[in-house]
Design a protein around this ligand. Structure first.
Ligand code: NAD
Ligand code: UD1
Length: 337
């Protein structure tokens, strides 16, 4: 199968391209490199053992997309989005334009090219301040910031478009907390500036690039007072995309699926597991809660198991080990070869 991977040079996209390539699929990476580099594409090729086709382009540009669809495409995976919650609050229009306008233009290009299968990167952020855990796909949806609103609207665009096209299949994958890296240590998450998410901050403290982790809130109604999340290994996520492509190739309609492990771990549990498995130290200090955070969120993952036959295989220890190997081998991410 020939799969066009929009945003394929990024963190989750690069792992997915490697998984698809290793399964023998033909992958075309389409990316404007706004949050990624060509080095990631070279490393993917190294892991797959053959060149990976790359088109530098923007999903908001019809002409760029026309080039990408020119050679025929069976399925699109749509990772291409801006993803920083904080930045989306200060620059909402940038997020609306990139994420929402981009998705509309991409769907138009798919229609023009008669491509009717899409796997889409959604997020647990669409559940907002969910009251109930584990959260199922039928829980109420709510945006708590502009980034989350773009994900909700993108889901709705794809759902409405799918309803209008009898032959269309759309898989909306709601990731919980993707962490870890490829076990080779060659590809991983390469945040620019100060990491906003927990695991990259932990690895940067462990390698002494940052002094101390701030644990946001020690007074949540959880087992140790710190926030609980469903961390999922990025290699497991990559495999879920391969399963979702299979579903899209054989089924019709639009479905939303949670992707997590179904287990919640607190911030302190993650720190302890990281220290135990890697031997590195993570000095931390408990500070005020981060505005907008919920106490606990983890997934009911039964639907992904039933529909895709997929379930996460890696536990928190492997997530920590692989994130650490990536950090050690690439102290500055992709900045240093
Ligand atoms: P990432 O930033 O590493 O990857 C996104 C890629 O899309 C980047 O390579 C970027 O250059 C590209 N891109 C952005 N806008 C583009 C545009 N207009 N045209 C072409 N390319 C464009 O992010 P990621 O962590 O790999 O996330 C992938 C997707 O998963 C995103 O849609 C994100 O919102 C979603 N998601 C991520 C997480 C997470 O924690 N990483 C959680 C839930 C959902
Ligand atoms: C965040 C995003 C969410 C996105 C998800 C995956 C926010 C408010 N939400 O979720 O939209 O889908 O990432 O990318 O940004 N923590 C610390 N210290 C830190 C960083 C985090 O204690 O330096 C804590 C948080 O309070 C939380 C947990 O670690 O309890 C996980 O945080 P994070 O990795 O940022 O993910 P989420 O907040 O779950």
């Amino acid at each position: 199968m020939k799969i066009l991977v929009c945003g394929g040079a990024g963190y989750i996209g690069s792992h997915t391209c490697v998984a698809l390539g290793q399964l023998g699929h033909e992958v075309v990476v389409f990316d404007n490199l706004s949050n990624s580099t060509r080095v990631a594409i070279d490393r993917m090729a190294e892991l797959v053992g053959r060149p990976v086709a790359f088109i530098q382009g923007d999903i908001r540009e019809r002409r760029d997309l026309a080039r990408a669809f020119a050679g025929g495409v069976d399925c699109v995976i749509h990772f291409a989005a801006l993803k920083s919650v904080g930045e989306s609050c200060s620059r909402p229009l940038t997020y609306f334009d990139n994420n929402i306008s981009g998705t509309i233009t991409l769907l138009q290009a798919m229609e023009a090219a008669q491509v009717s299968r899409m796997v889409f990167s959604s997020s647990a952020t669409v559940y907002g301040n969910s009251e109930q855990v584990p959260v199922t796909e039928s829980a109420p949806l709510q945006a708590t910031n502009p980034y989350g609103r773009t994900k909700l609207i993108m889901e709705e665009l794809i759902r409405d478009y799918s309803a209008s096209q009898p032959g269309f299949s759309g898989v909306l994958l709601r990731y919980f907390n993707p962490v870890g890296a490829h076990p080779s240590g060659r590809i991983g998450e390469s945040p620019t500036g100060t990491p906003a998410n927990l695991m990259p901050y932990v690895t940067q403290v462990a390698i002494k690039r940052r002094e101390q982790l701030q644990v946001f809130g020690g007074d949540y109604p959880t087992r140790d007072g710190t926030g609980v999340r469903d961390y999922v290994h990025v290699v497991d996520l990559a495999e879920a995309h391969a399963s979702a492509v299979r579903w899209a190739m054989t089924q019709q309609g639009c479905i939303a699926l949670n992707l997590g492990t179904g287990c919640g771990y607190s911030v302190l549990e993650l720190i302890r597991t990281f220290e135990r498995t890697t031997g590195a130290r993570v000095p931390y200090r408990i500070v005020e809660r981060r505005p907008g955070d919920v106490a606990e969120l983890w997934a009911d993952v039964s639907m992904a198991r039933e529909v895709l036959g997929w379930q996460a295989r890696h536990g928190l220890e492997r997530m920590c080990e692989d994130a650490w190997r990536w950090q050690l081998n690439n102290p500055d991410g992709y900045q240093v070869a």
